[in-house]
Design a protein around this ligand. Structure first.
Ligand code: ATP
Ligand code: MG
Length: 465
């Protein structure tokens, strides 16, 4: 169920519960309270009257008229009818108008009401046309009961009073409903709205619209969630970017050799290229094929590394022997360029624990670069130093060097510091990234120091056996 519905239902439930509570107990409590108020008012009135006023006036018949006026006045103010009743139960003074006092005798009403402080639903059909609430109190004159004071008010007055209370209760209830509504709306605003925004953003991102901006203004867990999602999206975006660049690079690197292979092959076939010149063009075709071969094997290697497939076969071997072999392999190339390879080892044999074939490849890539970016008639130093538990392998040249702005990027895939320099037409820009992956897989480090125009030194560490 949607959170909005859940909140709505909770609100309805809360007001229904409150409504039921008020109706089941609240109204009764209010009614009782209102009735009690009316009763108290009447009781206070009769007891005051019996205590003072009536005693004062009860001395002579002449004064009864004055008392009656007083009572009439009191009824006008309070709406409560007052009787003064004699010991023979006949009414001697009545605040009401329209009846003579002496008209009402014991025969007209149930005289038991005089003995009770409060009587409810009293019917005196000769005087009142509705049930009455009565409060009575005897009064004492010359140490004996000389009569009673009775106060009457319609039972309906109590209900009216109660309605007043209940009305207040209802208004209170409405206010609580409104406050609850505000609370529920703010819960909605602070919880459902951000979730909706996050959900909308997520579906935009799923569609590939990574530039969609998530609108979360709060500083709470929703903000953290949206920040995490934004971070994830930026990673996705950069991955996608990398992949696009990667594919663009590969396509480019494949297309140019393929174009020349295809072109020369066709030209050879249809005779555009004279037969005597065939060797030159077959050489080019061979060169380009080799480039493609190298590119494919580098890519395969990187792809196996990416899929977590770089499993190392760690064994102890003599690293100086590996370097000697590689130096021998490059002898021909070096002779052509008049480059001298110098070997410098701290000790004649240095055993390390590593994957020999992979390390061979790293050293091969570094030496290949060193020769490629060296000028004619220069020197390359290949060495191994022992530093504590580590062997430091280095390949140092005195070639063209790497520009400062490129130095941090040489280990990136397909990165070539200056593709237009033309020093390295065959290069794919993958050699160093593969070397770095291999060294990192050994939990070791590879570093570069270079000065443009002066030379470059690559070095990496390996654990000594
Ligand atoms: P590949 O190794 O696949 O044949 P590459 O040599 O161009 O291609 P990397 O070995 O990854 O690629 O080297 C990346 C770039 O770093 C090179 O293109 C070059 O610009 C720079 N670089 C690497 N080694 C040296 C060096 N010894 N001297 C100067 N520049 C270098
Ligand atoms: Mg290289």
């Amino acid at each position: 169920m949607r959170i909005t519905y859940k909140l709505g239902l909770s609100y309805l439930f809360a007001i229904a519960a409150l409504f039921a509570l008020v109706n089941i107990w609240g109204r009764d409590i209010c009614r009782n309270k209102a009735q009690q108020n009316v009763k108290n008012q009447m009781q206070t009135m009769v007891s005051k009257l019996s205590d003072t006023t009536v005693s004062n006036y009860y001395e002579g018949a002449g004064l009864i008229t004055k008392l009656r006026d007083e009572l009439t006045h009191m009824e006008a103010v309070t709406g409560i009818r007052i009787w003064m009743v004699n010991t023979d139960y006949s009414v001697i003074a009545d605040s009401g108008i329209g009846l003579n006092d002496s008209d009402i005798t014991a025969a007209d009403y149930d005289t038991r009401i005089l003995e009770q402080n409060i009587s409810e639903n009293v019917i005196i059909s000769k005087v009142f046309d509705e049930p009455m609430l009565v409060s009575s109190e005897p009064f004492v004159f010359n140490y004996k009961v000389s009569g009673y004071v009775c106060a009457f008010t319609p039972m309906s007055r109590m209900n009216q009073e109660a309605s007043g209370y209940i009305e207040m209760l209802n208004i209170g209830m409405l206010i609580i409903f409104a406050v609850l509504l505000v609370i529920f709306l703010s819960i909605y605003y602070y919880t459902v709205v951000p979730i909706k925004n996050i959900k909308n953003a997520a579906s935009e991102y799923a569609k590939g619209n990574y530039d969609y901006e998530m609108k979360i203004n709060s500083r709470d867990e929703y903000k953290e969630l949206s920040d995490t999602i934004s971070y994830m999206v930026s990673e996705l975006k950069s991955n996608e970017e990398k992949q696009r660049k990667f594919i663009a690079n590969i396509s480019h690197d494949f297309r140019s050799p393929l174009t020349s292979i295809k072109g020369y092959a066709e030209a050879l076939k249809d005779g555009t290229i004279p037969y005597e010149n065939k060797d030159k063009y077959l050489d080019i075709i061979g060169f380009e094929s080799e480039r493609l071969h190298k590119l494919t094997s580098s890519l395969l290697q990187l792809s196996s590394i990416d899929s977590g497939g770089l499993s190392l076969d760690i064994k102890s071997f003599d690293i100086t022997k590996v370097i000697r072999t590689i130096a021998d392999a490059f002898e021909g190339t070096c002779r052509n360029k008049k480059i001298t390879l110098k070997l410098q080892f701290d000790e004649p044999k240095i055993y390390v624990d590593a994957d020999q074939a992979r390390i061979e490849q790293v050293i091969y890539n570094l030496t290949d670069n060193a020769i490629k970016f060296s000028n004619k008639d220069s020197e390359i130093i290949m060495g191994v130093a022992v530093k504590g538990v580590k062997a430091v392998v280095r390949v140092k040249d005195f070639g063209i060097g790497i520009p400062k702005e490129s130095i941090n990027r040489v280990f990136e895939r397909f990165y070539k510091s200056d593709p237009s320099r033309g020093k390295d037409k065959k290069g794919t820009g993958l050699g160093l990234s593969i070397a770095k992956e291999i060294i990192t897989a050994h939990d070791e480090e590879i570093r570069v120091i270079s000065n443009e125009g002066a030379g470059t030194e690559f070095s990496f560490t390996l654990p000594i056996s």
